[in-house]
Design a protein around this ligand. Structure first.
Ligand SMILES: Cc1ncc(COP(=O)(O)O)c(C=O)c1O
Length: 442
């Protein structure tokens, strides 16, 4: 079944032929590539933080906090002005009325994640949405009690999963299964995940994995693992914090029961921006699914009748709790359309070219002590390149920040560098590797 299509790219993705591309280790060559990049003008739509000398930093942290698009100031000022002029009347009379403001997000989110409009909702924060989804889709029964996650999952996910086990009286030591990379390897093999799911069989209640792993940058095969989970009779959910706006997604067709994401990383929604959630259409009107209730999940027709009975709104909207946080949602109405305008396919091509160039440069330089952890296969990587350091990792990271190369560090030894294709450049990638290499050789 064809889902909501991604927008027709306005820029041909074929401007760089990855297979034939003959990368060169030269700043001039990187600049030449930037000059040929049809997506390069999008960079000027973002505020790039200045270094101490006023020149733009080399910003490689879209995986942590994306940059502010111009236009966010204006949309926030519009909200403040509507509030000042209308007070409570803004719910109905604001230029974009607040009462159903969240509905504006749905067509945009649906395109980003490859879903139908009624399968997505912008609400809450990521960890909270994971909790709400587990209330509904972690249903231990009889032998089927276990939750499978990856070893080294983002701590908030592990905490969330452990709390659902404990609140149902189940000991995580017995019911939480963590699938790990093989000895001597740092990324998971999907074959091993699939094998573990089969092994757990009818003891498995839920599989919860990341679309892109936060530490390694590895892209998981959502379609395959979802199929495996369902074949075992388990439910399947995904943490897409590092996937949305970064890696291709076709959630409806891939069929997970749910997925959750935050919007402050690749989506450039601003710190703490409202998060999002996908609930597959097959659950859209299943009122037997237990859920936590709030008045905004109640059908809009009788939401304001102030009755005790609850009728879930059709689709993902029915999991909402509260009225939408307008100031946290508004920036996304500026930032997501930029993705649609650029074209998701074109962005994907550029993202692969940027991360491919970074990996190629690191290999070419044979930077001492540095090992790229992110898989090189294009099906298993997106924008982020994770580099493990055998020594001096903290010192190298500190020196990079000091010099205006904004990358982040994850314990115990990983520097993460993500060149987001909307504002990343080949020159930035070259400069980063050049500086990193210099520091590693000191
Ligand atoms: C993979 C992953 N999951 C969960 C979270 C927690 O997100 P939040 O603080 O928005 O709940 C993060 C935050 O960076 C993350 O990277």
């Amino acid at each position: 079944m064809t889902t909501v299509p991604t927008s027709a790219p306005t820029h041909s993705p074929s401007w760089i032929d990855l297979a034939a591309c003959d990368f060169q280790d030269s700043r001039a060559w990187a600049c030449e590539l930037d000059a040929r990049d049809p997506l390069a003008p999008f960079r000027s739509r973002f505020s790039i933080p200045p270094h101490t000398d006023g020149s733009p930093c080399v910003y490689l942290t879209g995986n942590s906090l994306g940059l502010k698009p111009h236009g966010v100031r204006e949309i926030l000022l519009e909200k403040l002005e509507d509030w000042a002029q209308l007070g409570v009347e803004g719910h109905m009379k604001a230029r974009k009325p607040w009462v159903d403001y969240h509905l504006r997000m749905q067509p945009l989110l649906a395109q980003l994640v490859g879903a139908h409009v009624d399968e997505v909702v912008a609400m809450n924060t990521l960890t909270l949405n994971l909790h709400l989804m587990m209330v509904s889709f972690y249903r231990p029964e009889g032998r089927r009690t276990k939750i499978l996650i990856e070893k080294g999952a983002f701590p908030s996910d592990t905490y969330a999963v452990m709390s659902h086990l404990r609140t149902r009286g189940l000991d995580p030591a017995e019911h939480l299964v963590q699938v790990a990379p093989r000895d001597g390897e740092r990324t998971l093999r999907m074959d091993d995940v699939a094998a573990r799911i089969r092994e757990l069989g009818d003891t498995l209640a839920l599989v919860l994995l990341p679309g892109v792993h936060y530490a390694t940058g590895q892209v998981f095969d959502i379609a395959r693992i979802t199929r495996e989970a369902h074949a075992a009779g388990a439910r399947c959910g995904w943490d897409l914090a590092h996937s949305i706006g970064n890696a291709p997604l076709q959630l409806h067709d891939w069929g997970p029961d749910f997925a959750c994401w935050c919007s402050y990383k690749y989506l450039n929604g601003g710190a703490g921006a409202v998060a999002g959630c996908f609930v597959h259409r097959r659950h859209a009107d299943d009122h037997s699914i237990p859920r936590y209730l709030g008045w905004w999940g109640n059908a809009p027709g009788n939401r304001f009748e102030m009755r005790d009975d609850f009728t879930p709104t059709h689709g993902a909207d029915g999991w909402q709790l509260s009225n939408p946080p307008i100031l946290s949602m508004a920036p996304l109405l500026v930032s997501i359309p930029i993705f649609i305008e650029a074209g998701l396919d074109a962005l994907r091509q550029k993202s692969l070219a940027l991360s491919g160039y970074m990996m190629w440069l690191l290999a070419e330089r044979a930077t001492p002590g540095a090992t790229v952890v992110t898989p090189s296969s294009t099906s298993e990587r997106a924008s982020q390149v994770s580099i493990a350091f055998a020594r001096n990792a903290h010192a190298i990271h500190r020196a990079l920040l000091h010099d205006g190369y904004i990358v982040d560090f994850r314990e115990p030894d990983i520097i993460r560098a993500a060149s987001a294709p909307l504002y990343g450049s080949f020159e930035d990638v070259w400069r980063f590797v050049d500086r990193l290499d210099g520091l590693a050789r000191r």
